[in-house]
Design a protein around this ligand. Structure first.
Ligand code: GN1
Ligand code: MG
Length: 379
C-alpha cells in the first residue's frame, strides 16, 4: 500500500484509519480500488476509490455532476416508491468536492462500498442472479423515466450511435497504418461489413430513434452483469454501478448490452470461438426479471426492439474492439498483441448465434410478457 494512495484516500471524507487499498473489479476503463478502514471503535468501513479515465472522460467535473444528479434523483425515487434499491453514494473530498484532481491532472472519486455486496462476472451456475440483474436494470430505467434528460451532459457523445460507430470503423480501415494488423483483421472486417449490410445493424435502432418510433429515454448504457452489486448472502440485486455513461438512449441498448455480455456461453476474453453459444435459459431469466419491473412503462415498439438491441449492441461492441485493434489499442488497451482482434472475433461469432436465435428471443419475450400480464390480471 503506497503512501501516495493512503494520502489520496485521506483527502476524502472517509471514516477511520486506512488498513488496506487493493485493486478490484474488471472494468476496462477506470482503475478501481477497494479501501478498508477501521475506526476508533474497531468498526470496519469499506469504500471504492476510482481513478477516472480522463482520456475518455475529458471533463470529470461534468461527469461527476451527472452522477450526483442521477444518484440524488434515484435515491429520492427509491424512498418514495419504498424500493429497497441501494444507490451509489459519493464520498466528498475534505473540501466538499465530488472528485479530486491532483497536480498531474489525474481525477479520483470515492464511493461508499455497497454494504455486504459482491460482483459477479458470470451467472451460468446461478441463473436466478441474471433474473435479478434484469429486474434491477428495469427498475433503474423505470425510476429515470421522469428525469429531465436536458440536465445531463453527454459524457461520451454518440456513445451508442451505431451508425456513427460504423462510419468510424470504416475510417479506421481506410486510415490503418499498421499493415500487419490490417491483414490479420481482414477476414473479420469482411464478416462485420457483410452482417452490417445484410441485417441493417448500423441503422436499425438509430433510424427509429430519429423518426420517433422509439422514444429517447435516460438509460444506463453499460449494463454488463458486473455493473450490478448483489447481496453476498441472498443474491438479491442491490444496486446499479458504473454510472459514467448514464445518458439519453434507447431502452433496447440496456437490454441488449446485458444480453450481449450475460448470455454468451464464453467470456468476452475467450478465444474458444467454437464454444460460443447463446444461453437461452439465461435469456429467459433476464427477460423475466427485466419485464417484471419495466413492462408497465414500455411501449409496444420498445418491447419489439429488445432482441434487436442484443444484436446491435454485440455488433457495436465487437466493431469497437476491431476499430481499436486497427488504431493500436488506444481505447480499450490490450493484455497481449491480438487481444482486441480476438475480442472482435468473439463478439462476431456470438452475433451470428444471436441472429440465428432471433425468432427464439422474440418468442421468449412474448411468452414472458404474457405470463406477467396474466399474473397481474389475476391479482
Ligand atoms: C467498457 O468500463 P467497462 O468495462 O464497464 C466500455 C463499454 C463496453 C465494455 C466492453 C465507457 O465498459 O462500452 O461495452 O467495456 N465502457 C466505455 O467490455 O467505453
Ligand atoms: Mg463497468
Amino acid at each position: 500500500m503506497s503512501d501516495n494512495k493512503i494520502n489520496l484516500a485521506n483527502s476524502f471524507n472517509i471514516i477511520g484509519q486506512v488498513i488496506s487499498i487493493e485493486p478490484c473489479g474488471n472494468g476496462r476503463i477506470n482503475k478501481t480500488f477497494k479501501i478498508e478502514t477501521i475506526d476508533n471503535n474497531n468498526n470496519k468501513h469499506e469504500y471504492i476509490l476510482q481513478r477516472i479515465n480522463t482520456n475518455l472522460f475529458t471533463n470529470p467535473k461534468l461527469l461527476m455532476n451527472n452522477i450526483e444528479l442521477v444518484t440524488d434523483f434515484v435515491k429520492e425515487c427509491a424512498t418514495k416508491d419504498g424500493s429497497d434499491m441501494d444507490v451509489l453514494n459519493i464520498v466528498k473530498t475534505n473540501n466538499g468536492e465530488n472528485y479530486l484532481e491532483d497536480a498531474d491532472g489525474n481525477a479520483y472519486r470515492v464511493y461508499d462500498y455497497i454494504k455486504n455486496s459482491k460482483s459477479v462476472d458470470s451467472c451460468a451456475d446461478n441463473p436466478a442472479l441474471f433474473c435479478e440483474c434484469g429486474r434491477i436494470f428495469g427498475e433503474f430505467q423505470n425510476m429515470l423515466r421522469d428525469f429531465d434528460a436536458s440536465l445531463l451532459t453527454e459524457t461520451i457523445p454518440d456513445f451508442h450511435n451505431t451508425q456513427k460507430r460504423y462510419n468510424t470503423f470504416i475510417e479506421a480501415i481506410k486510415n490503418c497504418k499498421n499493415i500487419e494488423r490490417f491483414y490479420k483483421a481482414k477476414e473479420t472486417i469482411k464478416t462485420y461489413m457483410q452482417l452490417a449490410e445484410k441485417h441493417h445493424l448500423p441503422t436499425i435502432i438509430t433510424s427509429k430513434l430519429r423518426n420517433g418510433t422509439l422514444p429517447l429515454r435516460v438509460t444506463h448504457n453499460d449494463t454488463k452483469l458486473n455493473n450490478v452489486a448483489f447481496d453476498r448472502n441472498s443474491n438479491r440485486a442491490l444496486a446499479v454501478l458504473d454510472l459514467d455513461t448514464v445518458m439519453p438512449g434507447a431502452v433496447c441498448y440496456d437490454f441488449g448490452d446485458a444480453i450481449r455480455f450475460g448470455c454468451n456461453t464464453e467470456d468476452e476474453e475467450s478465444t474458444d470461438f467454437d464454444n460460443i453459444q447463446f444461453n437461452e435459459n439465461l435469456f429467459r431469466e433476464y427477460t423475466k426479471g427485466y419485464l417484471s419491473s419495466a413492462y408497465n412503462f414500455l411501449t409496444d415498439e420498445e418491447i419489439e426492439s429488445l432482441h434487436k438491441g442484443a444484436m446491435v449492441m454485440t455488433f457495436e461492441c465487437g466493431m469497437r474492439f476491431l476499430t481499436d485493434y486497427l488504431q493500436d489499442d488506444v481505447y480499450f488497451g490490450a493484455k497481449y498483441e491480438d487481444n482486441n482482434l480476438n475480442r472482435a472475433k468473439n463478439q462476431v461469432t456470438y452475433l451470428q448465434r444471436l441472429i440465428e436465435k432471433e425468432p427464439t428471443m422474440l418468442d421468449i419475450i412474448h411468452s414472458e410478457l404474457n405470463d406477467i400480464l396474466e399474473n397481474s390480471n389475476n391479482k
